[in-house]
Design a protein around this ligand. Structure first.
Ligand SMILES: [Zn+2]
Length: 479
């Protein structure tokens, strides 16, 4: 029997606010343990939470980007459970009435149109962090760092619309790109600002009914998500094929051994005894506020990619690369605005500029070659002042010094030689010195032509216009 996988994701994303969701403590990552804390986020009795407006704005942005309806009223609830990193004994989270619902994310992957429905986007606070390692007495004690307690999160829940491990990883990547693009999340999965759980079940191909699902937790990289799902799908197929039954349970991905392991079964599942948080009023979001946020949102990656293809005539590949981040897309458009042709700007950004930045572990914001300077270089190539070969050397000097291209070309005397008599002289000298090569060429060995072009370019220190050299050399040889 052929099976297909049915996958839905639950993604936790930390909102990029300066302060926590219900108090004024800093959200900065990496501060010494328990320095960004106060009575509210430590859960002292009687301390009252106050909702951070900036966190709500970010959550609305995420909801809108995912095509959701922003609900005018949403409610915070208490999710009750005991854990040392949860000092109040409950987590404040939206439950029955989330901030945003019923969205959809559409995109094209590998030439295939994909559509993933978004069930909901709700707000909640993060818990603290238990530290099981790194202390002299870690074999006997666990330490708790409450800096992360009450950091603002959104949880994004999808419908079970994904059909393979690769699909799920691709979707997670798209979602991350959008959240980072919006400035809602920093995309840093190593620091835990973006985390993913997956619900997965299998069913015979052609059937509609959902199978029993397992939840796989703590998939904090695209690779882990894909590997864990591949393992879990295969595991479930083996169980069913052997006549067994899938247990509804929570499983953990063990990256070291490459397997998922059972954490708890449905019988052991928590009853969180949710009830509305009495210390917080309902969250009211007026239509006007939603509209203001919507109108101030940047153009999203997919829309921008389409515009780069339709408006600038870029190939799909270029448009995809240049819209990986907002900074890249902005830099490209600035370069074109400053006078470069779109394809010229794209080639240099994806080629020499990307290489030089990577080699120096720098990002675009730190590029010594600004968009204006890059446009200057592309213009010199496109108007024939310098050849492409010379341009690479000019670019290296620009990158090392921050100087302008025309400045370097002038001071180094790199202007392309277009003058026919100068090129003719060089050709004559090369032909005189290479009688053998000429004989081979005339005997039909076409590759010799390239060698002769190379000799002429060498004789002019790479400055001769290669197109003219080609034409004139051909003429001289055929004479
Ligand atoms: Zn606090």
């Amino acid at each position: 029997m052929m099976f297909e996988a049915v996958i839905g994701l639950e993604i936790h994303a930390q909102l990029q606010t300066a302060t926590k969701i219900f108090c004024g403590c800093s959200t900065a990552f990496g501060a010494p343990p328990n320095t960004n804390v106060c009575p509210v986020c430590l859960g002292f009795p009687g301390a009252l939470p106050v909702l951070n407006r900036a966190a709500v704005d970010h959550a609305i942005r995420a909801g809108l980007a995912l095509g959701c309806r922003i609900n005018e009223t949403s409610i915070f609830a208490r999710k009750n459970y005991f854990h040392p990193d949860l000092p109040k004994g409950y987590q404040i989270s939206q439950y029955e009435q989330p901030l945003a619902s019923e969205g959809v994310l559409e995109y094209v992957a590998g030439g295939i149109a994909k559509r993933v429905r978004i069930t909901r986007v709700h707000m909640e606070e993060d818990a603290g962090k238990s530290l099981h390692e790194g202390f002299p007495d870690s074999d006997r004690k666990t330490y708790v760092d409450y800096n992360r307690s009450s950091v603002p999160l959104i949880e994004i829940v999808t419908e079970p619309d994904l059909r393979s491990a690769v699909d799920a990883a691709e979707f997670f990547g798209r979602l991350r790109a959008i959240l980072v693009w919006l400035g809602v999340n920093d995309g840093n999965m190593e620091e835990g600002s973006l985390r993913c759980d997956a619900n997965v079940s299998i069913r015979p191909v052609g059937t509609e009914a959902l199978g029993t699902k397992a939840e796989v937790k703590n998939l904090n990289s695209f690779r882990f998500l894909q590997k864990a799902l591949e393992f879990e799908i295969e595991r479930q197929i083996e169980v069913l094929t052997a006549g067994g039954r899938i247990q509804q349970e929570t499983r953990l991905w063990d990256a070291d051994s490459g397997v998922t392991v059972s954490m708890r079964s449905k019988e052991q599942a928590h009853d969180y005894r949710y009830f509305p948080e009495p210390d917080l009023p309902p969250v009211l979001v007026s239509e006007a506020r939603t509209n203001d946020i919507r109108s101030a949102m940047p153009e999203l990656p997919d829309a921008r990619r389409r515009r780069f293809v339709d408006g600038y005539g870029l190939p799909e590949y270029d448009a995809g690369q240049l819209t990986q981040t907002r900074a890249t897309a902005d830099f490209f458009e600035e370069t074109v605005k400053d006078g470069a042709s779109p394809k010229g700007a794209s080639n240099w950004m994806m080629g020499e500029l990307a290489r030089a930045l990577n080699a120096g572990h720098r990002d675009l914001a730190q590029s010594p070659v600004t968009s204006e300077r890059l446009a200057g270089l592309v213009a010199l190539i496109e108007n024939g002042t310098i050849s492409g070969a010379i341009a690479k050397g000019v670019f290296e000097k620009m990158f090392a010094s921050g100087r302008a291209a025309d400045d370097i070309v002038k001071s180094d005397g790199l202007t392309q030689i277009d003058d026919a008599s100068q090129i003719q002289d060089a050709i004559a000298a090369v032909l005189e010195a290479n009688a053998d090569a000429i004989a081979q060429y005339r005997a039909g060995k076409a590759s010799t032509f390239g060698f002769l072009v190379g000799q002429v370019m060498k004789a002019t220190a790479g400055k001769a216009n290669p197109k003219r050299v080609n034409e004139m050399l051909k003429k001289a040889l055929d004479a």
